[in-house]
Write a protein that binds this ligand. Structure first.
Ligand SMILES: [Zn+2]
Length: 370
């Protein structure tokens, strides 16, 4: 997700927080400190409520992180690596490297999250002190019920929520992936509409904050359902295609010692490609893209060499020729780049794959299907 900050690694997975996460922590801490906790245990100092509020908000997101790790651990069991987990305004999202290939895999990966949340709800229930209410009573009680709510909400049969994935996995066996996705994303859109309607109702019946949240959640679900359906169509269009089938083999390369001016005049302008692999003799050093070029002021183009402005090979985005085309597309979108260098097992340059190669194929295939 753009606008995310990396905070560390857990079980080999990058954990990051999105800019909107800070807003969410503050909003949740505020509603706990000013509303929920004073109602449950009156008469405590204001600072105590705020401490409890921030502890509650952080432990809530800790629980969301554990929920996502639940998905990741089961996905790993099926050899599906998780690239990152991002916490943001509406919770958490695990970026898995590829979609499950079998209905059973999708089913277990999807169930793992809500099952983890249920376990956490039970754990916080056990940790709730008995006897006279103390701050920990309210805090643990809140965390127990919010984890239960997380499990139930995520089990709604609305794609892309976990419950929607469970439904799709079950339908997948009978209807095939495309129709199963269509049914479960339709339910996703319908659920989103219900949330928005409930939210509007709440706004007009004197609960504007709750209403606004419901509308936002509905909007977010609707976006997610639309994006998931699009993603499925892309995956369908690229099914069975490998990088080597659509890459440009033996791409035109740039000599590392050319100046940027020579590179522009001899390559970028006449040939119209947006990026070229950079070589020195027959050694691949990196890639020079229009983006790299624009980082250098124009008046220095005649004195700057290609090797000084390029993205070196250890930071360039590469792909193997046998990788599925869909994975390559996902990589490009995630990294925000328009091309990948295709390297074989020995690190030799064998081709270049651009986003337009992929889009061209997708367009062609979807037109031929109609
Ligand atoms: Zn989940």
């Amino acid at each position: 997700m753009t606008g995310s900050i990396r905070v560390g690694r857990l079980l080999g997975i990058t954990v990051q927080v999105h800019a909107t996460w800070f807003l969410a922590v503050w909003a949740i801490a505020w509603s706990l400190a000013r509303g929920i906790f004073p109602q449950r245990i009156p008469g405590l100092p204001v600072e105590t409520y705020w401490t409890m509020g921030f502890a509650g908000a952080l432990l809530l997101f800790g629980s969301v992180l554990v929920h996502e790790l639940g998905h990741a651990v089961v996905a790993r069991h099926f050899r599906i690596p998780t690239r990152s987990i991002t916490l943001f305004l509406f919770g958490g999202v695990a970026q898995i490297a590829r979609e499950p290939e079998r209905p059973a895999h999708e089913l277990w990966v999807a169930l793992a999250g809500p099952a983890t949340s249920l376990l956490l709800a039970g754990l916080f229930r056990i940790l709730t002190p008995s006897g006279d209410p103390v701050p920990a009573t309210a805090l643990m009680g809140y965390l127990s019920s919010v984890n239960l709510l997380l499990a139930v909400f995520n089990l709604l049969p609305a794609f892309p929520l976990d419950g929607g994935r469970v439904l799709r996995a079950i339908l997948w066996s009978f209807l095939g992936l495309e129709r199963a996705t269509r049914v479960s994303t339709s339910l996703g859109h319908a659920t989103a509409a219900a949330f928005i309607a409930l939210g509007v109702l709440a706004i007009f019946t004197g609960r504007p904050v709750d209403g606004l949240w419901l509308v936002l959640i509905g909007w977010f679900l609707d976006q997610g359902a639309g994006a998931s359906y699009q993603q499925m169509l892309l995956r369908h269009a690229l099914r069975g295609v490998r990088v080597r089938d659509i890459m440009t083999p033996d791409p035109v390369t740039l000599e590392a010692d050319l100046t940027l001016e020579e590179a522009v005049a001899g390559y970028f302008l006449p040939r119209k490609h947006g990026g070229y692999p950079v070589v020195y003799g027959d050694r691949l050093l990196g890639i020079l893209t229009l983006h790299d070029l624009k980082q250098v002021p124009r008046e220095r183009w005649s004195t700057t060499r290609v090797r000084e402005a390029m993205t070196p090979i250890d930071r360039a985005h590469t792909v193997r020729p046998e990788a599925p085309a869909y994975d390559a597309l996902a990589r490009m979108v995630q990294a925000g780049v328009g091309r990948l260098l295709v390297l074989d097992a020995d690190g030799e340059l064998v081709g270049i794959l651009t986003r337009s190669d992929l889009l061209h194929l997708i367009r062609l295939r979807s037109e031929l299907r109609e």
